[in-house]
Design a protein around this ligand. Structure first.
Ligand SMILES: *[C@@H]1O[C@H](CO)[C@@H](O)[C@H](O)[C@H]1NC(C)=O
Ligand SMILES: *[C@@H]1O[C@H](CO)[C@@H](O)[C@H](O)[C@H]1NC(C)=O
Ligand SMILES: *[C@@H]1O[C@H](CO)[C@@H](O)[C@H](O)[C@H]1NC(C)=O
Length: 295
């Protein structure tokens, strides 16, 4: 009789913890844990999916270091750190769903391509820049002076060696006026997009996702061009007209396996009104949580 109670409790709590755990990666100028950003999202996730385990990645020993690393630690090193965090988290051994915000979305995509175990199941890209950016009108929490400096650097020197090594945003700077230069000198994006060499592990690992969900913000004034949130970009050679992923050579030649994923219905393209990262929780619950995060 007495023994029945703990068993019952075990079942109840065990049941709520069955939800697939979630890993989140913050955007530029943000950190793992601010109350007003990912801290709040973590809370909301816990309300929408009772008891869900959430690991909001902190890249560095402190929140401040985490924020700085979003500007100054090469993405490859950040991804290596993230891979170690995920591998050593016992809650994630059976796999996890991932939500990346802004640049955190392309970093999580790189993570699944480079660090396939434990398995990532669904990848939710919230305003990510999978074809890079050409323009940086806003640097989040950095001062105007620092922001101006970064912009000038990106406009004039993004592909110079030391800039690639010291400024994260340079590694996904995509100058459509000179695609050759971008492919040759981008030390992160050109690599994970298989622009120079075809890394077949990247294809296999990316295709191991159940779904790759790309959320675009229809009224985004931060990300240029906004098409990059759906893996589109400017047509090569100019910076006015854009093309969709499906119109790009990356897709037609299927260098990253995305065409095959689309044919298998693994790619999901969602749009929501609002500026960068401004979404309604109701919308997120109905369109993301219910279909992809409650399995
Ligand atoms: C999650 O919600 C439960 C109540 O449903 C609460 O007891 C718990 O502290 C919450 N955890 C987090 C991390 O917010
Ligand atoms: C593109 O960049 C390369 C390498 O920096 C340079 O040699 C080439 O002339 C550039 N092409 C154009 C069209 O500007
Ligand atoms: C947001 O973008 C959509 C789609 O492009 C457009 O129809 C709508 O008018 C825009 N809303 C605002 C407030 O600019």
């Amino acid at each position: 009789m007495f023994a029945a109670i703990p068993i019952l409790l075990f079942v109840v709590f065990g049941g709520t913890n069955c939800a697939t755990p979630i890993v989140m990666w913050h955007g530029m100028g943000d950190s793992c844990c601010f109350d007003f950003s990912l801290g709040a999202i973590k809370k909301s996730l816990n309300e929408s999916i009772p008891g869900v385990y959430v690991n909001s990645l902190r890249i560095g020993d402190t929140i401040i270091k985490d924020m700085e690393n979003g500007y100054f630690l090469h993405p490859d090193k950040q991804i290596e750190m993230a891979c170690n965090i995920i591998k050593s988290d016992s809650n994630l051994v059976d796999g996890y769903n991932a939500i990346g915000f802004s640049q955190g979305a392309q970093f999580l995509r790189a993570l699944v391509q480079k660090c396939p175990l434990p398995p990532m199941k669904n990848l939710i890209s919230v305003g990510g820049q999978h074809q890079g950016v050409y323009g940086l009108p806003n640097c989040g929490s950095l001062s105007n002076k620092a922001c101006d400096y970064i912009r000038r650097l990106l406009n004039h020197a993004a592909y110079i060696g030391w800039v690639q090594e010291t400024l994260v945003q340079a590694t996904y700077w995509h100058d459509p006026l000179n695609e050759t230069e971008y492919k040759q000198y981008s030390t992160f994006l050109a690599d994970i997009n298989n622009e120079i060499n075809i890394n077949t592990d990247y294809i296999k690992n990316l295709q191991s996702l159940e779904h790759f969900v790309l959320i675009k913000f229809e009224n985004d004034t931060i990300v240029q061009p906004v098409d990059t949130e759906w893996f589109g970009f400017y047509k090569p050679g100019q910076s006015v007209q854009t093309q969709t992923l499906q119109e790009s050579d990356l897709y037609k030649d299927d260098k990253l396996g995305l065409k095959q994923m689309n044919d298998n219905d693994q790619l999901k393209f969602l749009a929501t009104p609002g500026n960068h990262l401004r979404f309604q929780w109701d919308w997120f619950e109905a369109n993301i949580i219910k279909p992809y995060l409650t399995n």
